[in-house]
Design a protein around this ligand. Sequence first.
Ligand SMILES: Cc1ncc(COP(=O)(O)O)c(C=O)c1O
Length: 373
Amino acid sequence: MGVPFFDIGRLNASIADDIASAAQRALTSSWYILGKEGEAFESQMSLQLGSGRVLGCNSGTDALILSLLAADIGIEDEVITVAHTAIPTVAAICAVGAIPVLIDIDYDTWALDVTKIAEVLTQKTKAIIVVHLYGNMVDVNSVRNVVCSAGRSDIAIIEDVAQAQGAELNSQSAGTIGRFGAFSFYPSKNIGALGDGGAVCCNNEADVEQVRMLRNYGQKDRYHTEISRGTNSRLDEIQAAILSAKLPFLKNWNKRKACLMERYRTELSGLPLKFQQVTSGCEPAWHLCVVALDAPERRDQLIAHFQREEIQTLIHYPIPNHRQPAFAHAIIQDLSVTDSLVGRILSLPFSPILSDDEQTIVINSARAFFGAA
Ligand SMILES: Cc1ncc(COP(=O)(O)O)c(C=O)c1O
């Protein structure tokens, strides 16, 4: 018996009735964009986050783009982020015409290394995108301290929460600590739509109005616009209804993944595998279970071993962004931690629907590979 990386269909089937009645409600409403379902979802998610105002949009990438546009970032501005993240984090910076400044990650938490920010700050720096990678958070307050100490409290801090919905830092929800929080509802995320979807959490009222206009052609009211960089990025009513049905499950799904993570850590301890260290003060919302091996060759041998046993694994991400041809114009710092990590990482089967028996298969297989069965 093999083990899938994440059987999304099985997770959705487990709440099929909730999803079907939500979709049916939207279907019969005769109103498909910017209606009651979207508003209800935005209120429900704002409430769950505890502060800030959520506005739905087309995708996590758009959530980042809308945040950058609302912060008035454009041509020649510099935006700091990590090289070790999904392509869309950096693509969003380029989409608004800004220049990505890619810095290194911390050796243990694999999150943006806050100590590296000061050396890349320039007069052109307009924003920092902190990526809460794999479900662990960047210490956003430390990032704020660094920019404030440099006299640059004008720099917009944007949290990329695509992989960490439900995480907290000192009891504050991920996405509510910076100026903006950008969420993705890509189907495999902590809360996934049945298609694309995203949201921006704005943490001040002026930004709420900006994002509200930007996502709807820049319109202030119907057929009236005062801003030129508007686009069409709206969460449709069917996805919003489905997301409303799924949101109440977030806590339990995250809890289940916390248990799975704990078991992987306990039962694979003693093997030459390194796990991500949690940032101090953070309650993670694990999206992926990533381990680092001691050498790239061992990683590739382990992948081949798992493949023979039909255990699916993935690599998040095999090519860091400073090595992507599209981002050759990025300004880069010394990225030695990133470069040393990417060749050694492997994402193990992990999802709220992974059964105990499936996890046992993965654990036994890994232990056998290292001769520790
Ligand atoms: C860290 C990160 N940022 C941004 C995104 C973009 O989200 P979406 O696929 O919804 O555009 C993703 C999703 O893959 C992601 O993992």
